[in-house]
Design a protein around this ligand. Structure first.
Ligand code: TLP
Length: 341
């Protein structure tokens, strides 16, 4: 059978055999009563890994982010956020829908809003202006090509926020990609935020689930909101079991995905009709600029057995993950060469 390479996202990863075994054998209970031992173990593990008091298993990254926004804010509050953040672009306006907040979106360079810009926009709220309650960061920054926000920058934002009584939420859907790329424990990034969401179902290859981490009081409130949003599940230890395996076995190997993304990017960068800003290839994503309409390139690649996404009219996104091996990268490079040729 011809090789099919799925580079649309790391969300397409399938669970490992070890995960499937752990899921089949998971000890379970009713998690709405907080009685699922496997979920409880995963929540404790996630909290400890990120240096937070508590954590909550949620069905998706979107739900984790949106619960966080809701817990941190009151209706009418303002949230400072870069204009390309997932919360702004890909969560269907949920922050307006669920939390009734105003997202004050700011221009950014590779996910970075200058700290001085945040400082200029923070206001306590008065008879005319909304209160700035929250800053949201995203690391790695998806729309900028999976780039890493430097630790130093995160610390500066954290410092500013604390000085001004503003909370910080980190969309760390791919926090472990950032941590591996930086060579630091994820906890150091998490230390720069009051709450952190990270996904188990992306590069870590779980079938379902994300973790929301924060203080005990924050997680208690988050738990109520998860129920309101219909995200409280019963014998969900079956899913949490995969999460425990992921935290044990899938983090360090992300470096392989990063190396493969780099190999792919370097090869495509030299081809006619395509461009890659190599400075943005820092983790498991490659954003390719296309002379031809991206939609058409995606269709041509699909005919050659390579799946990817057109994210802008002249940009396609390629994402490496554990189901993409060296032979898949070779196949993808060959397919790009044919389309270029
Ligand atoms: N991202 C998906 C798409 O929604 C774009 C992808 O394929 O990359 N934060 C970030 C930074 C994300 O990239 C995503 C998913 C989420 C949150 C939401 O996670 P899920 O899909 O679990 O709701």
């Amino acid at each position: 059978m011809a090789l099919l390479v799925d580079l649309r996202s790391d969300t397409v990863t399938t669970p490992t055999p070890e995960m499937r075994r752990a899921m089949a054998n998971a000890e379970v209970g009713d998690d709405v009563y907080a009685e699922d031992p496997t979920v409880n173990r995963l929540q404790e593990r996630a909290a400890a890994l990120l240096g937070k008091e508590a954590a909550l298993f949620v069905p998706s990254g979107t739900m984790g982010n949106e619960i966080a926004v809701k817990v941190h804010t009151h209706p009418g509050d303002e949230v400072l956020i870069d204009e390309d953040a997932h919360i702004v672009k890909w969560e269907l306006g949920a922050a307006a829908f669920i939390s009734n907040v105003q997202l004050h979106t700011l221009p950014n360079q590779r996910g970075i809003v200058p700290v001085g810009e945040y400082a200029r926009r923070i206001h306590p709220g008065d008879d005319h202006t909304p209160s700035t309650r929250l800053i949201c960061l995203e690391n790695t920054h998806n729309a900028s090509g999976g780039v890493v926000l430097p630790l130093e920058y995160m610390r500066e934002v954290w410092c500013l926020a604390r000085q001004n009584n503003v909370e910080v939420h980190l969309d760390g859907a791919r926090i472990f990609n950032a941590a591996v790329a930086l060579g630091v424990p994820a906890k150091e990034l998490a230390d720069c935020a009051h709450s952190v969401m990270f996904c188990l179902s992306k590069g870590l290859a779980c079938p379902v689930g994300s973790m929301l981490c924060g203080s005990r009081a924050f997680i208690e409130e988050a738990r109520r909101l998860r129920k309101i949003l219909g995200g409280a599940m019963r014998q969900v230890g079956i899913l949490a079991a995969a999460g425990l395996v992921a935290l044990d076995t899938m983090i360090e190997r992300l470096a392989e995905d990063h190396a493969r993304a780099r190999r792919l990017a370097e090869a495509i960068a030299g081809m006619p009709g395509f461009g890659v800003d190599m400075a943005t290839v820092q983790t498991n994503m490659v954003y390719v600029q296309t002379e031809a309409p991206a939609r058409r390139v995606v269709q041509q690649l699909e005919m050659l057995g390579v799946l990817c996404l057109d994210v802008f009219p002249h940009t396609i996104r390629l994402v490496t993950h554990k189901d993409v091996g060296d032979e898949h990268i070779t196949h993808a490079i060959d397919a790009f060469a044919k389309v270029a040729g």
